[in-house]
Design a protein around this ligand. Structure first.
Ligand code: SF4
Length: 368
């Protein structure tokens, strides 16, 4: 009897493939996250939008606030865009907030229920293959592989594959291969989450804790001692940095702010008038020119507030901020929405991060 039991236990171990080993590991080692296991596809939708290019720890408080204000897809669809952007403020990559809002409106316009299959989800505005796969598998249990940066890294190491995982044909190949591999898994949601969790906790970008890894016996990177050589990094293009000047035009106790056009980067957010410094132009000359071009106002520099730096994904800026005064009329001529606001009203508007750094300078100087 004892012998039979031992046989069957060993047989199970020998027959377990890496997918099931991963699922088992995930069951006992996953982090508790507020969007995990709620069974609500809307939670998956919101968290996946927020998690794009953003750390889990940063997303958690935003997710809680979001769910408090927009508990379901209906409330999000009914919201004003400025309310959506204000709640997203500080999370960065604001196009995600606008796309999420558009997606909610589209779902509500066509009945109010998120579709449960990958192909239908892909047709929604703002939803790409990664998000569609995440919602379909985590929210509805559909058998489709989720492939994000963590998954690509884990798989490249397991296969000791030198391919450039930033290339779309390589991503497609991994997606296809993983879809084959999940055909028979016992729990597709746990498999997908397990792959992402393994990449986040164990098989990390600069460290692979192979000794704790549930798939190490199937990993070529581990067995050949080359894990950290994968994925191969393509040569990085240097990131340009732009010199920008902005004017804080102070008139009758208020500052002029403009709203960025929806099609621009950071579209829908508010900012001070200004722009890129032209070759041969001083920062001060740039402010005067940009303010005139953007608002029709003739201004002079009162004093410099300071300069702040901010890095976006593909470029950086050094923003020089100046307090300005009107030299002539206060009549604003601008195609974009604009407003004169008191400094204690800045908090009502969503501003990009670089502007918040300017606010910090103003606070240090006792201006606001
Ligand atoms: S064994 Fe090591 S390299 Fe391979 S997947 Fe696990 S952590 Fe990554």
């Amino acid at each position: 009897m004892t012998f039979m039991l031992m046989m069957s236990k060993n047989d199970n171990k020998a027959s377990m493939n890496w997918q099931e080993s991963l699922i088992k590991w995930f069951a006992g080692n996953h982090r508790e996250l507020p969007w995990r296991w709620t069974g609500d596809p809307y939670d998956v939708l919101v968290s996946e939008f927020m998690l794009q290019q953003t750390q889990v720890a940063t997303v958690i408080p935003y997710f809680h606030r979001w769910k408090h204000v927009f508990p379901d897809i209906d409330s999000l669809a009914r919201a004003d865009q400025s309310e959506v952007l204000k709640l997203w403020e500080g999370l960065g990559y604001y196009s995600r907030a606008r796309r999420l809002h558009e997606c909610a409106k589209s779902v509500v316009a066509s009945g109010g229920k998120l579709p449960g299959d990958y192909e239908s989800l892909l047709k929604l505005p703002g939803i790409g293959s990664y998000t569609a796969a995440a919602i379909a598998s985590l929210g509805f249990g559909q058998r489709v592989a989720v492939v994000d940066g963590n998954v690509l890294r884990v798989r490249a190491r397991m296969l000791a594959d030198s391919s450039d995982i930033t290339k779309s044909e390589v991503k497609k190949r991994y997606f296809k291969e993983l879809n084959e591999l999940i055909r028979d898994v016992s729990d597709v949601s746990s498999f997908n989450q397990g792959m992402m969790e393994l990449g986040a906790l164990i098989c990390r970008p600069r460290e692979a804790i192979c000794v704790e890894c549930p798939v190490r016996q199937w990993c070529l990177g581990h067995s050949t001692g080359t894990a950290l050589e994968y994925p191969r990094k393509p040569a990085k293009a240097s990131r340009p940095c732009y010199d920008v000047s902005v004017g804080l035009i102070f008139h009758d106790g208020k500052y002029l702010i403009l709203r960025r056009s929806p099609e621009q980067m950071l579209g829908g957010l508010w900012e001070f008038p200004g722009g890129k410094v032209e070759p041969g132009e001083s920062h001060e000359e740039c402010v005067v020119r940009e303010v005139l071009e953007e608002t029709g106002l003739d201004v002079e520099i009162v004093r410099k507030v300071g300069a702040v730096k901010h890095a976006y994904s593909h470029f950086g800026i050094e923003m020089h901020a100046y307090i300005c005064a009107l030299r002539g009329s206060s009549e604003v001529v601008c195609e974009r929405p604009w407003a004169w606001v008191e400094s204690n009203e800045f908090g009502k508007y969503a501003f990009p991060k670089a502007n918040h750094k300017v606010f910090e300078l103003l606070k240090q100087q006792g201006v606001i």
